[in-house]
Every structure is written in structure tokens, then in C-alpha cells.
Design a protein around this ligand. Structure first.
Ligand code: PMV
Length: 324
């Protein structure tokens, strides 16, 4: 009862920011992302009848704390679905800078959901897999698909209609994303805690929610037409709106560092110089920059110039989940 799966992380262009049900991980808005080929997790799940408990190894190091708890809580869901009382050894290899805003939880849970469900004998299709992995981390529901995917929030209380759907696969359009690394430190406020505080206290949250449908319609149209400027303008504005909600929270908070703002200014400078490039930022300080292949060398050079930038990782659209 053993299986290995590989999943790539995704970066939201229309952000998921807030839950209506924390236990089932049901969001308050639809979100849309691009899966990246540069960042991924490979996970092996091995269920063995003689094990007394689950174990979890990340990049070769046994984990016992919060990460272990999340993995074993997720395996509990898989066991329930399969109706089997059997524990597993889980080994993950993470090619993502963990918890610094590179959404390692997205590729991590997508790979875990795929490997665990297969190993235990569940034969899930992509929709079922997306719905399952959502319970580990909301954003991972989108990593089941390559290229552009939309997580539909759904309406039902039980979450049965809350899963991602494919919008355009990784071969549709060669759009690029640079991951700009500023710090590899763990962030102080998790996305979970940040969302909760914002939903509960920010007067800007209502405005954020109201603005989502128009952003989604616009970006989906732009993706189909391969209209880079429209995709970039919508994504960048959507990111700024999300981060504005945290400034309105009580107590206020931000994920940005001074170097985050320097990178944002540098992207604006690229546009002034005629290079179409746009940024987006998740629940962390690092910045991701969208650009087209013909501007790759110039974009990379200008990003590396910014004080505080420790690395720039270039990526193409990546594939959906696969079994090895
Ligand atoms: O799925 P989580 O709990 O890692 O939350 C992700 C939240 C954002 O990265 C900020 C936005 C998104 O849609 O990925």
C-alpha cells in the first residue's frame, strides 16, 4: 500500500483570503492561480498494517511538531474515506522555500492527497482529489491542475461543491513568473491566522469581497485572449486589495518588509522603461513577478539589483499532479 506523487505549487492571481468554515476549509470567494514548474513537492506514502502511528519525514528530517499534526490529521480524513484503520510512513521532498510566502502547503498537500489516496486504494478523479486536498490547505485544491485553475468556493454547507476546475493548461500560454526571495525566515502570522483576523475585524473586508467577481471575469477573459497587460493589471490590483485588508485589521498587520516595497517599485520602474511586468504577493514578504519570455533576462537583472534580494527563481507554467 505504497504510492508516490508529485505536485507543483501555485501562485494565486486572484487571491483566496478568508474562510466561511474553518474546519472544512470553505472560502468566502473564488480564487484563480497559475501552477509553476519551478516549485514542487514529491511525497511517498506507505501504509503498513504493523505501524502503531503515522510518521512524517520532510527533506529527510523526522517532523514532530505542527507539520506532523497537520499531516496526520489529513491522513485521518483519508482513512475515514477509505474505511481503513491503517497508519503510514510519509516522506516528502520539498523543492519550495517553506513558509516564506511560496505556498509550500499547496504542493505539499496536493502531493500528500494524491499519494495517500492512491496508496490506500481510493481511486479519485481530479475533482475528488481537489476537494480532498482542500481540507489540508485551501490553496492546494488548485495545484491538482496545471496552468491556470480556479477554486470555486461552492455554496453548500458540507463543502461538496468546493473544488478547483481547470481554466487553461500549462501549454496554453508561455507566461513566466519570477520568485523573488527576500528572506527565508518563517513568517510571524500564518495565512490561517491572518485570514481569520482580517475576516473578523477589517472594515475593508467587505470591499474586498465585492470586488472579486469583476476581477475574475476580467482575468479569465484575458487568459483566454492571452492579453498579458490585462492579466497583470488585474492580478497586481487584486494583490494590493488583499494586503490592504490586513492594514485595516485590528490589530493591523502587514506581511511586507521594506525590501518587499523596493521590489514593487522596481517592477513599476520596469513598466516605465517599457517592460510589461506585474507583481503579486501572498501571505509573506516575498514577491512574485509576472513577465513574458522575451523580457526574461532584463527582468531577472533588474530584480537582482534590488537591495535585500537574496535570490530570483524563474519559472514557467507547471503541470498538474502526477504519480511516479
Ligand atoms: O492555503 P493557504 O492556507 O496556504 O492560504 C493561501 C493564501 C494566499 O496564499 C495568501 C492566497 C492564495 O490564494 O494562495
Amino acid at each position: 500500500m505504497k504510492a508516490t506523487a508529485k505536485a507543483h505549487t501555485n501562485i494565486a492571481l486572484i487571491k483566496y483570503w478568508g474562510k466561511r468554515n474553518e474546519e472544512l476549509i470553505l472560502p468566502t470567494n473564488n480564487s484563480l492561480s497559475l501552477t509553476l514548474d519551478g516549485f514542487y513537492t514529491t511525497t511517498t506514502v506507505d501504509f503498513q498494517e504493523d505501524l502503531k502511528a503515522d510518521s512524517f519525514e520532510l527533506n529527510g528530517i523526522p517532523e514532530q511538531g505542527e507539520a506532523y499534526k497537520r499531516v496526520t490529521a489529513f491522513l485521518e480524513l483519508v482513512r475515514k474515506m477509505a474505511g481503513k484503520e491503517v497508519y503510514a510512513h510519509v516522506a516528502s521532498d520539498n523543492q519550495v522555500p517553506t513558509a516564506a510566502g511560496f505556498a509550500s502547503s499547496a504542493s505539499g498537500f496536493a502531493a500528500l492527497a494524491a499519494a495517500a489516496s492512491k496508496a490506500i486504494g481510493l481511486d479519485l478523479d481530479d475533482k475528488e482529489l481537489s476537494r480532498l486536498t482542500r481540507r489540508g490547505s485551501g490553496s492546494s485544491s488548485r495545484s491538482i491542475y496545471g496552468g491556470f485553475a480556479e477554486w470555486q468556493m461552492g455554496e453548500k454547507k458540507d463543502g461538496s461543491d468546493s473544488y478547483a476546475v481547470p481554466i487553461a493548461d500549462e501549454n496554453h500560454w508561455d507566461i513566466r513568473m519570477a520568485g523573488v526571495v527576500l528572506t527565508s525566515e518563517m513568517k510571524k502570522i500564518s495565512s490561517r491566522a491572518g485570514m481569520r483576523r482580517t475576516v473578523e475585524t477589517s472594515p475593508f473586508y467587505e470591499g474586498w469581497l465585492k470586488s472579486i467577481p469583476e476581477d475574475l471575469t476580467g482575468i479569465k477573459e484575458a487568459i483566454q485572449e492571452k492579453n498579458f497587460i490585462q492579466v497583470g493589471e488585474i492580478a497586481e490590483a487584486n494583490c494590493l486589495k488583499m494586503h490592504a485588508t490586513s492594514l485595516g485589521a485590528k490589530p493591523p498587520f502587514t506581511y511586507w518588509l521594506d525590501s518587499t516595497i523596493r521590489v514593487m517599485r522596481q517592477v513599476q520602474k520596469m513598466r516605465e522603461q517599457g517592460i510589461p511586468a506585474y507583481f503579486t504577493i501572498d501571505a509573506g514578504p516575498n514577491v512574485k513577478v509576472l513577465y513574458l519570455p522575451e523580457h526574461e533576462a532584463e527582468v531577472e537583472r533588474m530584480l537582482r539589483e534590488v537591495p535585500g534580494v537574496t535570490d530570483v527563481i524563474l519559472s514557467k507554467p507547471g503541470p498538474g499532479v502526477s504519480y511516479l
